[in-house]
Design a protein around this ligand. Sequence first.
Ligand code: C5P
Length: 233
Amino acid sequence: MQENPLIVALDVPDIAHAERLVDQIGDGASIFKIGYQLAPVGGFDLAQKLIASGRKVFFDLKYHDIGATVEKGVRSIASLGGNFLTVHAEKDVLSAAMRGKGEAEQLNILAVTVLTSLSQADLHESGYDIALKDLVLKRARRARDAGADGIVASALEAADIRREVGPDMLIITPGVRPQGAATGDQKRVVTPENAILAGANYIVVGRPITEAADPGRAAKAIAEEAMAAVARA
Ligand code: C5P
């Protein structure tokens, strides 16, 4: 059976809130993303509980440090049984991450290309004199060459990335919004269906689920839309 491609971002302030969401979402999703907000306040313990209960955990820690530190940090995530981990798409960071992963086949190292909250003007402001799309593709190639398992990128670039890196790498897309939902600070958004049709293997959705009046229902609707698109893709 096709795996549900929905990854729910548990961007909430405390574990009680996160556990409530996991309960409400039920079988609407089986992959949960734990990042900066939850990790320091018990997110790692929650991750172990989720993994023990058969769910998958995506650690969105966006590692970016010297190689030795990245390697040891990735090894710790591998030892927790993590399934996805983000690192920045720098050459040394990527190769250290792959060394840290070692034999931990369940762990997918995902390279972050350009954050979906950034626009071309933001890149320019930071001193990047390159088209956003070219930077995304350059970083995607670098990730593939380093042996990374996947790429995190906007669905607006997914089709180009797929052409660039071939069929084997995972493409994970945040910046997904159901029709009519608030975009928040995301500047490059697409619907769940269009993300999958553009070549995404997984979609990451946070606020449209975590801030919904009925998170379980919101997750289910998004997962169903994504799975219907998988069947048609
Ligand atoms: O609430 P929302 O659906 O915008 O959450 C998207 C999630 O994906 C956030 O946790 C954000 O940190 C993450 N993310 C992103 N863009 C990237 C990588 C990760 O929005 N390029």
